[in-house]
Design a protein around this ligand. Structure first.
Ligand code: KG4
Ligand code: ZN
Length: 334
């Protein structure tokens, strides 16, 4: 029997994404980004996002099928992100996946977006999912998790206020950079001096695995009247260094505390070149294995949702059609 084909839809925020997998092999992964649309507002406008998902989803499904060389009738299961995210956006993707599942008489799988990010570093990895400390750093979340196996996760810590990506985006906005600020700050920082301004490393010595980034953002705000005294590249590099130092120190401490010899890092902020650099150095010095999701799997995509769906489908799991979206879904609800 041929391996099952899964079609996965991700519409939790502003990316309309569809992927097709055969077993655990990725056949296609399409992402229609709405960044250009939301840039005019300096952030994601939920109503605009859901209207665009509605307009874009059908053609994106078709192009994912075409690229995979698979007909809709050959799909064995339909999956969609059910949370966390924007309610009106989640609704579009899950309704489409449920509708297709009903029409074709195939199972539906509701997938937790956070589990998608969490497991994305293992996608395509020969050894599959292994025991690891995972850092998930995105626009909405900053989590440290101990992965003991598929579906067996222990939350070690998370942010008490802003997520790391949210801090990048808010600081980018304060500095007059286009939305989203993360990649822009990263680009500017490449030419700056990370030691020019000594920003606070919040909760570095707290002895736990919690994070806080709102104080750092406030420090940048206080600097605004004096901004003329500094090169923008230096401000970006110094801010980025403060975020990265805390993320790397806490992740390495979590590895030491749990005895895990592997780090799995994912989410949009894990595209950050300085974070990747410092994680690589930290892991090399301690003999730890570092699994970083490929950049295309770091920011929101449907391939990571399809990967979790394929793993669930393989063990006979599916979701009832009554399974509702949950904008506030947490990893603990897994
Ligand atoms: O995972 P993601 O696409 O969406 C969420 O689930 O939130 O993450 C998006 C976040 C945004 O805050 C964006 O600014 C940030 O990831 N990001 C970056 C970089 N690329 C994306 N932050 C810092 N450096 C980057 N290179
Ligand atoms: Zn995400």
């Amino acid at each position: 029997m041929s391996e099952p084909r899964v079609l996965a839809i991700e519409t939790s925020c502003d990316e309309t994404a569809v992927a097709v997998l055969r077993g655990q092999t990725l056949l296609s992964s399409e992402v229609a980004s709405q960044i250009a649309i939301h840039q005019a507002y300096g952030g994601v406008v939920p109503e605009v996002a859901s209207r665009n998902h509605l307009r874009t989803l059908k053609p994106v499904i078709q192009s994912a099928l075409d690229r995979a060389g698979v007909a809709l009738s050959e799909i064995d299961a339909f999956a969609a992100t059910s949370g966390p995210g924007l309610a009106s956006s989640l609704m579009i993707g899950t309704s489409a996946a449920k509708g297709l599942a009903v029409a074709l008489g195939k199972p539906f799988l509701a997938i937790n977006h956070l589990e998608g990010h969490l497991l994305s570093p293992f996608f395509g990895h020969a050894e599959g999912i292994q025991r690891a400390v995972a850092l998930v750093v995105s626009g909405g979340h900053t989590l440290l998790v101990e992965i003991r196996g598929f579906g067996d996760y222990r939350l070690l810590g998370q942010t008490l206020d802003d997520a790391a990506g949210e801090a990048f985006d808010k600081v980018g906005k304060l500095l007059g950079l286009p939305y989203p600020g993360g990649p822009e700050v990263n680009r500017m920082a490449a030419h700056g001096d990370p030691r020019r301004i000594e920003f606070p490393r919040s909760m570095l010595g707290s002895g736990d695995f919690q994070f806080s980034f709102s104080g750092l953002k406030t420090s940048v705000r206080y600097l605004l009247p004096k901004l003329g005294q500094y090169a923008l590249a230096d401000v970006c590099a110094s801010f980025q260094e403060a975020v990265v130092d805390v993320l790397v120190a806490k992740t390495l401490a979590a590895a030491a505390a749990t005895g895990c010899r592997c780090l799995a890092v994912s989410g949009g902020v894990s595209c950050n070149t300085r974070l990747r650099e410092k994680l690589k150095a930290g892991c090399a010095a301690r003999g730890l294995e570092l699994l970083l999701a490929a950049p295309a799997l770091c920011t929101d995509n449907a391939a990571m949702i399809g990967y979790v769906a394929a793993l669930k489908h393989a063990v006979g799991e599916s979701s009832p059609l009554s399974a509702d979206i949950n904008p506030n879904l947490r990893l603990a609800s897994l």
